[in-house]
Design a protein around this ligand. Sequence first.
Ligand SMILES: Nc1ncnc2c1ncn2[C@@H]1O[C@H](COP(=O)(O)OP(=O)(O)OP(=O)(O)O)[C@@H](O)[C@H]1O
Ligand SMILES: [Mg+2]
Length: 328
Amino acid sequence: MGRTIVELDHITKSFAGIKALDNVHLDLQEGELHALMGENGAGKSTLMKILTGVYSKDSGTIKLLNEASDSLEEVSIRTPLQAQQLGISMVFQEFNLLDNMNIAENIFLGREPVDSKHCIDTRKMYADAKKWLDKVHLDVDPKEKVSELSVGFKQLVEIAKCLSFNARIIVLDEPTASLTDNEAETLFSIIRELKANHISIVYISHRMEEVFELSDRITVFRDGKYIDTVDREHFNEDQIIQMMIGRKLQETIPRGEAVIDQNDVVLEVRNVQVYKRSKPVNLKLYRKEILGIFGLVGAGRTELSRVIFGIDPIGQGEIFIDGKEVKI
Ligand SMILES: Nc1ncnc2c1ncn2[C@@H]1O[C@H](COP(=O)(O)OP(=O)(O)OP(=O)(O)O)[C@@H](O)[C@H]1O
Ligand SMILES: [Mg+2]
């Protein structure tokens, strides 16, 4: 393992009197991928927003490796720009790119290269953008509008932008949440390259499988509290889940034990069309059943739920509850 590059200690943060973080700790080593895990609301994003200058902490210290003196020194990070200048960048759950601008304009927003007449040096801007895009193996024209890019490409542009700030530390907050499997694989190979270049990564994810594939160490938070930091290779998924939920796995909801009576249909969706020209959706939900609806972004899951919930009008098709047709 490398040197410690950043150390957050005794960090506490409240929102309107409610403690989102209570005396938590996190340290990162050079070239490591450190997974930050915990259930929803555990405080993962909040701590990373403190590290990247989006939120201010109520108390605690942040120490950063000073290359010159080769020692950890306390820093105060008040704005995202300050964090970026210290080499700390974050790709947010909700991306921060401006759709109506092109890739290069997004990468250099607010710090565009200028020529001797104080005009934006577009030639240099596009050439530099190309250089950073190459680092994430993104073969696109920097003049292309961000709105034209797939989610996976947008994310790589975000990472290229982090690199353009000479980031030493990159925080990825649920980076695969809306990626296809192929896009996620591309991201993983970029992540491995970043690590090989001594960049440290904080990786927030609920997906156990990818955490175990990628991480060196795992830190677990629960309800705003620090639980532990462990070496990934000495732990298994069940142990991590146990740390996250604070009890043994067996005590979670038993599954597959309910006897489902196929005559007892609670909800039926018949021939509901979610998008114009899409195939109609049919489903039956039996009493005591948990029915999963799966699909990628844009597949129509949310749209279907909205129709069932009466938020959007039902164009075509019918909904039955306990066998009776309803108009919701
Ligand atoms: N801006 C805010 N204002 C008020 N409360 C907030 C704010 N941001 C976070 N919180 C609260 O702080 C706590 C920690 O939230 P946080 O978003 O850090 O959790 P998380 O671990 O990132 O969860 P998730 O896995 O759902 O992203 C939650 O109770 C949340 O409601
Ligand atoms: Mg979060």
